[in-house]
Design a protein around this ligand. Structure first.
Ligand SMILES: Cc1ncc(COP(=O)(O)O)c(C=O)c1O
Length: 433
């Protein structure tokens, strides 16, 4: 009864709009490596990792030791009124890794705050409140970030501090340009961008913000080079480009350290969060110094970049670089994507298998290619019954999202693939019976 009782208490005091997974939601009480154990003693292989946040996995000695060492100093918090050695060291590393020339870093507690900051910088720098975003995007739950969201399911309010125009290029599978080749698709999206600038803006746009691979939007992957092509148009107008790397950063996409690197473009700013702290609350913006320094008033985040989260983040970053987890993501990602494409060949219910590295989306459909959120929910339940936790997403909630910790082993990849193969087969039979 543990979970059922806790669920009743949850429902009584937490908001209705805080969605829980599964018909019978679980509480995770212990974890180790890539496996988590619930309050009723069941253990699962975790392929959603706290929404891509437990990037390295659970109970990692190097990270726990770094957190403990900071705890042992007696200092949990000082505030940005004082020098914070761990924060400075982390900023130095991120500035260098960013590839942005002369970069500076501002730390926040979340991806939302990171994007709010980037939008504040861009709109202030350009003295414009016009923003370009992508259809099907998600950038957070603040006022500015909800305003630029391109997904009805995550648009909790229509009030907006910006004039926002949305362009094509995010969700190719259901885009009117979907049947085009990569090159023609990019050309069509660029033409749309030009048209949107021409017809829906006053011209002096502050920035475009985009996720290199849409996360909440269902791990939708645009063709490589799309954002490079966009940037050429943006440059004609002096429009800044912000890459939201909250999900795609830290090597998760396998082939690159930042998702945007697949597009041959250096952004003016990048935002990050989730995986950096391996579970500790940390996010931030890395931007050209000129852009970062453009604010003319004080602006602080009381907890942003605090000694605990930056100690954990330094250890996380060191671990993922020392162990070349980006390479592991590339290798095992290819294996899982290939395995799932084989499964898709035998099941019309699987409309699309896409992704890069350990960021893999499986779009489930009903006959006629209609989105099937029911199939996604059933496969997620079936996988859970077999000991695998997966994520869901997409504009219609019909995409399975697979994003295990980047320390995943080959055996675990095969285990997950086996469970997913069986779960898809079982649900396909159930739904077509
Ligand atoms: C791409 C992207 N940006 C921003 C956010 C917001 O981050 P947070 O939930 O930490 O505020 C998310 C969260 O899922 C995200 O996926």
């Amino acid at each position: 009864m543990t979970h059922a009782e806790l669920l009743a208490r949850h429902r009584a005091v937490l908001p209705n709009w805080l969605a829980l997974y599964y018909d019978e939601p679980i509480e995770i009480v212990r974890a180790d490596g890539r496996r988590v154990t619930d309050a009723e003693g069941r253990t699962y292989l975790d392929f959603f990792a706290g929404i891509l946040t437990n990037a390295i996995g659970y109970d990692i000695k190097e990270i726990s030791d770094a957190i403990r060492a900071q705890l042992d100093t007696g200092v949990l918090h000082t505030s940005t009124l004082y020098l914070i050695r761990q924060q400075i060291e982390l900023a130095e590393k991120i500035a260098e890794l960013s590839g942005i020339p002369n970069a500076k870093v501002f730390f926040t507690n979340s991806g939302t705050e990171a994007n709010e900051t980037a939008l504040m910088l861009a709109t202030q720098y350009r003295r414009s409140n016009q923003v370009l975003a992508l259809r099907n995007s998600y950038h957070g739950r603040g006022f500015g970030t909800v305003a630029i969201t391109g997904n009805r399911g995550w648009s909790a309010t229509s009030l907006r501090p910006f004039n926002v125009s949305h362009v094509h290029g995010g969700y190719r599978y259901r885009d009117p340009f979907r049947h085009l080749s990569d090159a023609d698709y990019i050309a069509a999206c660029v033409a749309d961008l030009r048209d949107v600038i021409q017809t829906t803006t006053a011209g002096d746009i502050a920035c475009m913000i985009a996720e290199p691979i849409q996360g909440v939007g269902g791990f939708s992957v645009p063709p490589d080079g799309l954002f490079g092509a966009f940037k050429e148009v943006l440059d004609e107008h002096g429009v800044l480009f912000i890459s939201d790397e909250v999900q795609t950063g830290w090597g998760r996409t396998g082939e690159h350290f930042w998702g945007i690197q697949a597009h041959g473009v250096t952004p003016d700013a990048m935002t990050f969060a989730k995986g950096l702290g391996n579970g500790l609350a940390i996010g931030g913006v890395v931007a050209r110094a000129e852009l970062m320094d453009c604010l003319t008033a004080n602006s602080i985040s009381t907890f942003g970049g605090n000694p605990m989260s930056t100690a954990g983040a330094n250890a996380t970053l060191k671990y993922l670089l020392d162990n070349d987890l980006q390479d592991n993501a590339a290798k095992l990602g290819d294996r899982i994507i290939g395995g799932l494409r084989d499964v898709a060949d035998g099941h019309a219910m699987v409309g699309d298998v896409r992704g890069k590295g350990l960021m893999i989306g499986v779009e489930l459909v009903a006959p006629g290619d209609e989105p099937s959120p029911a199939a996604a929910a059933r496969v997620a339940e079936a996988a859970k019954e077999r000991g695998l936790l997966v994520g869901k997403g997409g504009l219609y909630g019909n995409v399975l999202r697979l994003a295990p910790p980047m320390t995943l082993t080959e055996d675990e990849a095969e285990e997950a693939l086996g469970i997913l193969t069986e779960s898809i087969a079982v649900v396909d039979e159930e739904l077509t019976r």
